[in-house]
Ligand binder design. Structure first.
Ligand code: ATP
Length: 465
């Protein structure tokens, strides 16, 4: 008995230790993201606002690169997909038709003691408050859509919603696209934009927020072909995370929804999950939605949303496959994947590097700053002028940062920490020979390169490796 007890307490301490380690890693990433200007809490000087974040100079660059990469992969490189930018506030009947007004809810439970509110389905014991231990009230459904009013009168006739997803903007433009573009089933409509959800418990930094951006695509297919296209899209979306964003394959996995998890109309759904320090969690959902959305909008708008297939003379409502992901969750996955701490530093050449080093081994193509231009010294006019010339030359091609403050080793590490893949040093030799040192963030290898070959060398390394 004693032995069993000993074993059990050892097991509990072991899991507690792992849990604490995971939490710590997550906290470190959160603090790093704030310290280096990636992400700030919204309304910071007023004490913040729960579930809202702002993206600083580096965060906004990374966000743009993620969105650009998605847009290139999902629209520009595809012959059968077109883009869209629909409005955030739309006719409220859209949300009635899609089922959001009635069903876009989470179960909300309130404590009878401290009156804190929780998501009932996230509670270990639905009857007991996790904060103060008091009894919980019976849970009720809470609609996650943010309401607003159109025009000057705040009555029920003027109620509108901030969209909780971008997808419905696509469905209601399906007819416009069919009528104005030369698209044929199968084809897709893609959109990136803000979505708003009044989450009961936002948290885990930018993982669950009340305002976020979605990247969604609706792919319209002929009924009967949906399974093939669904599988193709699952593979393609997984490819994007690994090849285009450079996320480690072993940190990604697919989770197929069980039958009882699926919405009544859904045929299939797979989540792409990332191995966050807080555990495996969804970054993207890929759903086979049948003809639910178009049929609902057809019924509620009175418009004909069928598709006429010339070749077979058939008329049908297409089925849809929907890959849907969040920009912020993807960004968080990228930060977690790339973040490294190196005790004692990587190089041993100077005293300063005995300190702990931080490194963001972010994919070179999407890192916020691509090239750092560093004059070896800042008090030699010729070197500084040459460095500024190189900066002017390169910034036409890459997002660059000019930095002359501090010892060169410190400047390299500052750039490593924010994931800058290339650092160029302009020194005395540059003035004589016209070449510079090009340093690689990952290998720390330094090569002498002629100034006129810099652009092609960097492009080759960035896009071919
Ligand atoms: P969850 O189960 O985590 O609430 P969901 O299944 O409701 O997510 P979807 O409606 O499928 O999410 O939205 C697609 C994607 O949008 C998610 O995979 C996620 O990346 C992103 N997303 C959804 N809700 C949020 C949120 N509150 N904050 C940040 N991103 C979100």
């Amino acid at each position: 008995m004693k032995l069993v007890f000993c074993y059990m307490s050892w097991l509990v301490s072991f899991f507690l230790l792992i849990f604490r380690y995971m939490e710590n890693t997550f906290e470190k990433i959160v603090s790093f993201a704030k310290r280096r200007g990636f992400i700030f809490q919204s309304s910071d000087i007023y004490g913040g606002l729960g579930g809202f974040y702002d993206f600083g100079p580096l965060g906004v660059e990374l966000k743009r690169n993620i969105k650009d990469s998605w847009w290139r992969a999902m629209v520009q490189k595809k012959d059968d997909i077109v883009g869209l930018d629909s409005s955030i506030i739309m006719n409220p009947n859209i949300w009635k038709a899609s089922g959001h007004t009635e069903n876009f809810t989470d179960p909300l439970a309130e404590c009878t003691g401290c009156h804190k509110r929780f998501r009932a389905d996230h509670l270990e014991d639905p009857k007991k408050c996790p904060e103060c231990g008091s009894k919980m009230m019976e849970s009720r459904n809470f609609n996650l859509m943010f309401q607003t009013f159109i025009g000057p009168v705040e009555d029920s006739a003027s109620i509108a919603y901030l969209r909780p997803e971008t997808a419905q903007g696509i469905f209601v433009n399906y007819k416009n696209i069919l009528d104005t573009q030369r698209v044929k089933v199968p084809f897709g409509i893609a959109q990136i934009g803000k979505a708003f959800r009044n989450e009961i418990t936002p948290g885990n930094f930018i993982f669950r927020t009340r305002e976020f951006e979605q990247m969604e695509m609706e792919y319209f297919v002929k009924p009967g072909t949906e399974e093939r296209f669904f599988n193709e899209w699952v593979n393609e979306r997984m490819r994007w995370y690994v090849e285009d964003l450079g996320i480690k394959k072993e940190n990604l996995r697919l989770r197929k929804h069980e039958k009882d998890e699926l919405a009544h109309y859904a045929k299939d759904c797979v989540d792409i999950e990332y191995n966050f320090p807080i555990g495996w969690s969804e970054i993207e959902g890929i759903a086979s939605r049948g003809d639910f959305d178009l049929t609902q909008h057809q019924k509620n708008s009175g418009q004909d949303l069928t598709y006429y297939e010339e070749a077979t003379k058939e008329r049908y409502v297409p089925y849809t496959i929907e890959p849907s992901c969040g920009v912020e969750r993807t960004l968080l996955a990228i930060l977690c994947d790339a973040y490294e701490e190196i005790d004692g530093g990587r190089s041993t050449t100077t005293e300063a590097v005995k300190e702990k080093e931080f490194l963001l081994r972010i994919n070179k193509k999407i890192s916020p700053i691509k090239v750092a231009i560093l004059p070896l010294v800042k008090n030699k006019e010729d070197i500084v002028n040459k460095a500024k010339d190189v900066y002017e030359l390169l910034k036409k091609n890459f997002n660059c940062q000019y930095d002359e403050i501090g010892a060169i080793g410190r400047r390299y590490r500052r750039q490593d920490e924010i994931g800058t893949p290339y650092a160029i040093t302009i020194d005395f030799e540059t003035l004589e020979k016209g070449d510079v040192t090009l340093r690689d963030r990952d290998t720390m290898e330094q090569k002498r390169i002629k100034i006129e070959d810099l652009i092609s060398t960097i492009k080759k390394d960035m896009y071919e490796n």
